[in-house]
Design a protein around this ligand. Structure first.
Ligand code: OAD
Length: 246
């Protein structure tokens, strides 16, 4: 079934030059990747974030954490961008300033061709020194151990943001600027429960943007936005693109 969009929303999109989009795990669900909080199938329904996604967990059980992310890296590497990712990459071409802010670490937006992309929580495929040497391009993976930094010998870790860690400064500042200055803000496939990303649509609204939510389920944001579209982003976003260019 094709999604119907209010005419005034499409008219506003056509005259807008500054659009910001925030995406979450729901956008990659149709690529076969698990979300975090969906009951039963979400990653956090099976594991506790504090056991796998904190600096303390990495200190306590580095192998467990490394293996968890290695499995997710393999999963993301084997997945393909879905029609939602491609629609966003195509939409970008129709606006003077289009900022795609993602909480996803799977790299699928970049693989779909999105250009002005801010990966707020890092990227699974990037590996860095757990001390200060930064990103490492090559390392030796011996069986059953966490690989170490070729420069200083510290353990390597995925270049992702764990709970309790700061977000990358450039990405966060640019995302806040985009939220505060856009005319339309889309919140797509995110439960809106993790800060500071969850505040971006709120700040956009406070600064006068029209806010649109696309999500399978209701979220804490749903009652505060201008338009809500319930369903799969991989179906709604291609419909939105079609309506925009019709
Ligand atoms: P969540 O798993 O919390 O939320 C995913 C949202 O997408 C839910 O509201 C689902 O209803 C919705 N959803 C599922 N499938 C969908 C589909 N096909 N189309 C549209 N919506 C769909 O994931 P995030 O909000 O991304 O952070 O989680 C935010 C952060 O919490 C993650 O970046 C991660 C996690 O813990 C860290 O690890 C630091």
């Amino acid at each position: 079934m094709t999604t119907k969009f209010p005419l005034e929303l499409i008219a506003l999109l056509r005259v807008s030059s500054r659009v910001a989009v925030l995406t979450g795990a729901g956008v990659s669900q149709e690529s076969g990747l698990r979300t975090f909080r969906d009951a039963q199938v979400g990653i956090w329904a099976q594991y506790r974030p504090e056991d796998l996604a904190t600096p303390e967990a990495f200190e306590r059980t580095p192998r467990l954490v490394w293996d968890f992310y290695a499995t997710r890296r393999e999963g993301a590497g084997g997945a393909e961008p879905n029609p939602g990712h491609f629609a966003l990459a195509e939409m970008e071409k129709h606006f003077a300033k289009f900022t795609l802010i993602t909480q996803n670490i799977d790299g699928l937006h970049a693989r779909a061709g999105s250009q002005n992309l801010l990966e707020l929580h890092g990227n699974l495929r990037r590996i860095r020194c757990s001390r200060t040497c930064g990103v490492v391009d090559e390392w030796e993976q011996l069986p059953d151990v966490v690989p170490t930094c070729p420069r200083c010998g510290a353990m390597l870790r995925p270049d992702v943001v764990w709970f309790g860690e700061n977000l990358p400064q450039y990405e966060l500042e640019t995302a806040i600027h985009a939220a505060n200055t856009c005319q339309i803000f889309f919140s797509i496939g995110t439960s809106g429960l993790v800060q500071p990303a969850a505040s971006l649509p709120v700040w956009a609204k406070q600064n006068g943007a029209v806010v649109v939510e696309i999500n399978y389920d209701p979220t804490p944001l749903s009652n505060h936005v201008d338009y809500v579209f319930r369903g799969k982003s991989g179906e709604i976003l291609p419909d939105l693109l079609k309506a925009l260019i019709a």
